[in-house]
Ligand binder design. Sequence first.
Ligand SMILES: *Cc1c(COP(=O)(O)O)cnc(C)c1O
Length: 458
Amino acid sequence: MEIPFAESFKIKMIEPLHRSTREERESWIKESKYNLFNLRSDQVFIDLLTDSGTGAMSDRQWAAMMLGDESYAGSSSYFNMKKAIHDILGFDYFLPTHQGRAAENVLFSVLVKSGDVVPGNSHFDTTKGHIEFRHATAIDCTINEANDTQIEHPFKGNVDIDKLETVLKTHPKEKIPFICLTVTCNTSGGQPVSMQNIKEIHALAKKYDIPILFDSARFAENAYFIKKREKGYEEKSIKEIVREMFQYADMMTMSSKKDAIVNIGGFIAFRDEKLFREATTFNIMFEGYITYGGLSGRDMNALAVGLDEGTEFDYLDTRIRQVAYLGAKLDEYGIVYQRPTGGHAVFIDALKTLPNVPREEFPAQTLGVELYLESGIRGVEIGAILADRDPVTRENRYPKLELLRLAIPRRAYTNNHIDVIAASLKNVYDRRNSICRGFKIVREAPIMRHFTIELERL
Ligand SMILES: *Cc1c(COP(=O)(O)O)cnc(C)c1O
């Protein structure tokens, strides 16, 4: 008999989960104004809101925490992080920040000016927020295949080279501070970018003399997909692939809460010393001194170890297979999601799952609420609510896809939890014909409204 796959770790510490009744969930979600962010974590059974900062650290990471050096300047933890970034990613200069968006805030304070355009694959919401906040425009050049959830494309995070070249051709060089490449591309479904595509983007960037920024939250998952799906990389280690990927980047921002498997942390890395010096001033203003940037020494130590563990094949294989396992269950039940499954999450196609809910009533949010009511599972809407209003017309923006993202925290849940998630979705899907109405907005913030939005049932 063939030996089945099993996780590459065992469990050393546990945290109890809370079950609840449907009546309790009905009242909690109503009190939360139908915004899943407003739920208390103990009102949630399986929390798939995000894979950001929600992973389980290893024994090595916890041991490193105890060795954290809390010196204000020049702590050994800073140098541990510097060494990990140098050895694994190949950058000489870096600034620690408290998380990914802080890295964006600091770097974009130097680079992004009013009237600029920033082309790339689908920009992450905080990235786009930091661009638009500076009255610049993010231009999405992702391949069209990414907008059809049913096309099986191995690299749906890829940039359409023609779309990118059009942007580079039609805007003056001074108006394009950088190309922003998100690996993996969270917004298009945790979908990877191929090495081939990275090379083509790099060639184009060279031709037009525009630097490339990697938004790198899930760079290791991207490398795993290159190993698994791209010819010529089957025999390479994840660390070799990572080094090759980053050869093509001029700088990177990182939310370490993802592939560095820590609960908080981020950084910016640079090749250019001058840019590093300019960003340093903003880092000191916004984040903290150069050698801690909003992190404690123990955070930096755990991050350094996490970069190493996060780029090991066995860890990534366990993680990404678990996400694929959820996808396979959903296939069994006929539930439509962005294919193939991404690195960190399954993105359910809400328009196909709840076909009777009008777009103006937010089908993905409706699906998220229904799934919560079913069994206490919390996902997150990646649809019209997240897309915010157009900054000029103030009209709702309706993205091509309305998705419910179920993000799988790293090393936190077992496949039994995955079975519960799939069965719960099936139950919602089975009663889809009776779900015809969604929600209307009663309160929203002018930007990044999804975090604090308040809704009313229609
Ligand atoms: C999470 C994330 C960010 C922002 O990082 P935070 O740590 O949440 O501030 C930026 N880009 C991508 C692609 C992300 O996934």
